[in-house]
Ligand binder design. Structure first.
Ligand code: PXG
Length: 464
C-alpha cells in the first residue's frame, strides 16, 4: 500500500496495523483486538479519521502542535529547505544556515543567561544529553564526584535509558532494571492527591524541603543536578503550589546544584510565556526542549544551555564526546524557524497569557461544579479535571485507578474531543491557535462527556 492514501477500508488498515506495527506505550494484545483508530488528515485544531469523523485535537497531538495542523508556511519552508540542502551534519567543524539561524533565534527567546543550544531529535534524547552534559560540566569544573541526579516520582523525562531513569514512573522503571545507578527521586508537589490536611502553601514548602533533605543526605559535593518539569505533564498536569519553586530555587542556590528545567511540554508558549521556567521565575542551567519547537511537524529536540555551563564546554579545552547524526538537521531547523515565526507573528504566547488562556480557563473552571469533578485547574493552555467518587473528599479515590479515566476518555472521543486520561484525571493541552468558539465547544463537549461518564458510573455501580 502507499503511505498517503486512504483508499483502503478502515478494517483493512487496522488488520495491517495489527499485523506489522508495534505501538508505543500500548498493550498490543488489547489494541489489536479493538483495532487502532486511523487518523487521515488534520487542519487547525481538528482531526479527521478514516470514517470521516471530525474530532477536536484537545491534546495538540501529544502536547506539541502549538500552531495547529496544516500550516502552509511550515510546509513550504520544509520543502524549500529540502530542495536546497536536505541533509548535512554539524560534526567535524561544519554548520549550515538553518542551524545557525535557529540557534540565534532560540538564544533571543530564552532568558538572557541562556545563549547556546545543543541539538537532537526528541525530548528523550535531550534528556540523555543533559545526563551526560551535566556530568561532563562537573568534570570540567574539577568536581568529578558531583554525579548524582535528583528527579521526582511521577516526573516524565522520556523513555530512553536516561529519560526513564531521570523520570519517576515506577512502572517504566520496572521494565529493564531502571533507574541506572546515580539517580534518586523525591516526592512530587501534587497537593490534590498527596497534600493531606496541609494547606497548598505548607505542602509546597514541605515537598521542596525533601529536595534539601535528599541533597544533604547524599552530600552536596556528590550531587550534579536536580531535574524537573515546571508543571508535570504526563504525570497528570500537576501544578506546584506557589510556595514550591521559590523554595527549590533557594535550596539549589545555597548548595550549588545545577537546575535542569525540562521544557519539553511547558516550552514555546504553553503557559503564556516562552518557557515554563520564565513563568515561575526560575533560572535554569539547562533546558531540554522538543515538541513545540517544531509544533511536531518534524522531529527535533535540543538542550538550551546557560552561559555558566556552556563556558565550561566552550572556554575550557576538552571534547564532549556526544552528538547525533541528525543534530541540527537542516530541514527540521527550517521547520522550527517557520513555526517560531508563526508563534511570534500571531502573538501566540501573549494570546495564551492574555486572551485565549484566561478565556478557556474561565469556562473550564465551571466544570468544577460537576458532581464527578473534585478539582478543575488550568494555567496557560494546559488543564486538568480530577474525577472523584465523593465530591469534597480529596482522600477518596475510585477503585482500580485509571478505569474511570479510561471510560471518560472513550466517551470524550465518542463525543468528538481528544482528551488524555492520567489515572482518573482528564487532561487537555490544545493548540495555541484555539479560537473562542472552539474553546466553547471544547468545554461544552467536556461537560457532555462528564454527564455521560456519570451515567455509566451510576449504571455500573461505581457510584451510589
Ligand atoms: N520530557 C517531557 C517533560 C515530556 O513530556 C519527554 C521529555 C520525551 O520527549 P520525546 O520527544 O522523546 O517523546 C516528554 C514527552 C503522554 C506523553 O502520553 C507524553 C510525552 C510523550 C509521549 C506521551 O502524556 N512526553
Amino acid at each position: 500500500m502507499t503511505a498517503q492514501s486512504n483508499i483502503y477500508p478502515t478494517a483493512a488498515l487496522q488488520a495491517l496495523d495489527a499485523a506489522h506495527h508495534l505501538h508505543p506505550f500500548s498493550d498490543m494484545k488489547s489494541l489489536n483486538a479493538e483495532g487502532s483508530r486511523v487518523i487521515t488528515r488534520a487542519e487547525g485544531v481538528w482531526l479527521y479519521d478514516s470514517e470521516g469523523n471530525r474530532i477536536m485535537d484537545g491534546m495538540a497531538g501529544l502536547w506539541c502542535v502549538q500552531v495547529g495542523h496544516g500550516r502552509t508556511e511550515i510546509i513550504e519552508a520544509v520543502s524549500k529547505q529540502m530542495e536546497e540542502l536536505a541533509y548535512y551534519n554539524t560534526f567535524f567543524k561544519t554548520t549550515h544556515p538553518p542551524a545557525v539561524a535557529l540557534s540565534e533565534k532560540l538564544a533571543k527567546l530564552a532568558a538572557p543567561h541562556i545563549n547556546r543550544v545543543f541539538y537532537c531529535s526528541s525530548g528523550s534524547e535531550a534528556n540523555d544529553t543533559v545526563f551526560r552534559m551535566a556530568r561532563f560540566y562537573w568534570d570540567q569544573m574539577g568536581k568529578p564526584d558531583k554525579k548524582v541526579f535528583i528527579g521526582r516520582w511521577n516526573g516524565y523525562h522520556g523513555s530512553t535509558l536516561a529519560g526513564t531513569s531521570l523520570g519517576g514512573m515506577k512502572a517504566m522503571h520496572g521494565q529493564g532494571d531502571l533507574p541506572v545507578p546515580g539517580v534518586r527521586h523525591i516526592n512530587q508537589p501534587y497537593w490534590f492527591g498527596e497534600g493531606g490536611d496541609m494547606s497548598p502553601e505548607e505542602f509546597g514548602i514541605q515537598r521542596a524541603r525533601e529536595l534539601e533533605q535528599m541533597i544533604d543526605q547524599i552530600g552536596e559535593d556528590k550531587v550534579a543536578a536536580f531535574i524537573a518539569e515546571p508543571i508535570q505533564g504526563a504525570g497528570g498536569v500537576i501544578m506546584p503550589p506557589d510556595s514550591y519553586w521559590p523554595e527549590v530555587r533557594r535550596i539549589l542556590k545555597e548548595r550549588d546544584i545545577l537546575f535542569i528545567s525540562d521544557e519539553v511540554i511547558c516550552g514555546f508558549g504553553r503557559l503564556g510565556t516562552w518557557f515554563g521556567s520564565d513563568y515561575y521565575g526560575m533560572e535554569p542551567d539547562m533546558m531540554p526542549i522538543a515538541k513545540g519547537l517544531t509544533s511536531g511537524y518534524l522531529p527535533m529536540g535540543g538542550v538550551m544551555v546557560s552561559d555558566r555551563v556552556s563556558d565550561a564546554l566552550v572556554n575550557k579545552s576538552g571534547e564532549f564526546y556526544h552528538g547525533y547524526t541528525y543534530s541540527g538537521h537542516p530541514v527540521c531547523a527550517a521547520a522550527a524557524l517557520a513555526n517560531l515565526e508563526i508563534i511570534e507573528r500571531e502573538g501566540l504566547v501573549d494570546r495564551v497569557a492574555n486572551d485565549i488562556g484566561p478565556y478557556l480557563k474561565s469556562r473550564w473552571m465551571t466544570l468544577a461544579d460537576h458532581p464527578l469533578v473534585g478539582e478543575a485547574r488550568m494555567k496557560g493552555l494546559v488543564g486538568a479535571l480530577e474525577l472523584v467518587p465523593e465530591k469534597g473528599n480529596r482522600n477518596k479515590q475510585f477503585p482500580d485507578t485509571g478505569s474511570v479515566g479510561t471510560i471518560c476518555r472513550d466517551q470524550s472521543f465518542k463525543n468528538g474531543l481528544v482528551m488524555r486520561a492520567v489515572r482518573d484525571s482528564m487532561i487537555i493541552s490544545p493548540p495555541l491557535v484555539l479560537s473562542h468558539e472552539e474553546a466553547d465547544a471544547l468545554v461544552d463537549t467536556t461537560h457532555k462527556t462528564l454527564d455521560a461518564t456519570h451515567q455509566i458510573l451510576k449504571k455500573d455501580g461505581w457510584l451510589v
